[in-house]
Design a protein around this ligand. Structure first.
Ligand SMILES: C[S@@+](CC[C@H](N)C(=O)[O-])C[C@H]1O[C@@H](n2cnc3c(N)ncnc32)[C@H](O)[C@@H]1O
Length: 242
């Protein structure tokens, strides 16, 4: 089971008619997984700063695409949602604590938030050069990518601390390794490797070594020996019923 299907299970779509928001929906992979659940939600609000939903998701009548800045108050009335998802977004936000407070505000009493994040410092690459991999992963997690204002490669392990400072009650805390064996262009592993490469751009010598490293990953993949994994952390948080 992949990351988005696991998240959809944690959303606990346990009755018909639920109203759900995916905060920082990206291309809509989690939205799609929820729509394929045994009891899909009646409505999914896919919220993001940018419009990245793929066509299949966008054309589903149950999906409402909302462009909004998650550093601002959420575009929902108090106690208006049954479920919310925040996956791989917190590291980009100015104030993740305020993000949780906003999620609390918009959830109905008894409503659930799935707060989940990959912990990029745990990125595992099968590579011919372990020492270089360690160096590159360190560089990757300490570099803010060009497309983001901020990033935190250790966010996964910080979620529990965030949750305990909120008004939510903790229902469950899970971790798993999101594992990939392909390294085709556009694959998850390839995108992360491109992020690693981009993080070396201001260091020509390391950048040249990183380029060779990426070629090595491609070679391993061609031989069926490639593996990429990252630890995901997922909390289910409940707004108390009363
Ligand atoms: C790493 S992607 C995760 C997307 C999706 N949750 C997933 O796991 O596939 C982060 C998403 O958060 C969005 N995002 C980051 N900061 C945001 C902000 N301040 N307001 C709204 N969306 C934001 C980005 O546009 C991007 O789509």
């Amino acid at each position: 089971m992949g990351r988005h299907e696991r998240i959809a299970e944690l959303v606990h779509l346990d009755r018909p008619g639920l109203e759900v928001a995916d905060l920082g929906a990206g291309q809509g992979r989690t939205v799609r997984a929820m729509l394929h659940a045994a009891t899909p939600p009646a409505r999914v609000h896919a919220v993001d700063a940018a419009s990245g939903l793929d066509d299949e998701v966008l054309h589903d009548a149950r999906v409402r695409s909302l462009l909004a800045d998650l550093d601002e108050p959420l575009p929902f009335a108090d106690a208006s949602l049954d479920r919310a998802v925040s996956l791989n977004v917190a590291e980009h936000l100015a104030d993740p604590t305020r993000h949780l407070a906003e999620c609390y505000r918009v959830l109905r009493p008894g409503g659930l938030l799935v707060l989940a994040h990959s912990d990029w410092d745990t990125a595992l690459f099968a590579s011919p050069d372990d020492a270089l991999t360690r160096l590159l992963v360190d560089r990757f997690v300490s570099t803010v990518p060009r497309h983001a204002e901020r990033a935190d490669g250790f966010m996964g392990r910080k979620l529990l601390g965030l949750a305990t400072r909120s008004e939510f009650e903790l229902v469950s805390a899970d971790t798993w390794a999101d594992c990939h064996r392909r390294f085709d262009q556009g694959s998850v592993s390839w995108k992360i490797a491109m992020g690693v490469l981009a993080a070396t751009k201001d260091d020509p010598e390391l950048s040249a070594r990183a380029t060779t490293w990426v070629e090595g990953l491609g070679q391993l993949a061609a031989e069926g020996k490639f593996l990429f994994a990252v630890t995901d952390v997922a909390l289910v948080l409940r707004r108390p019923a009363s």
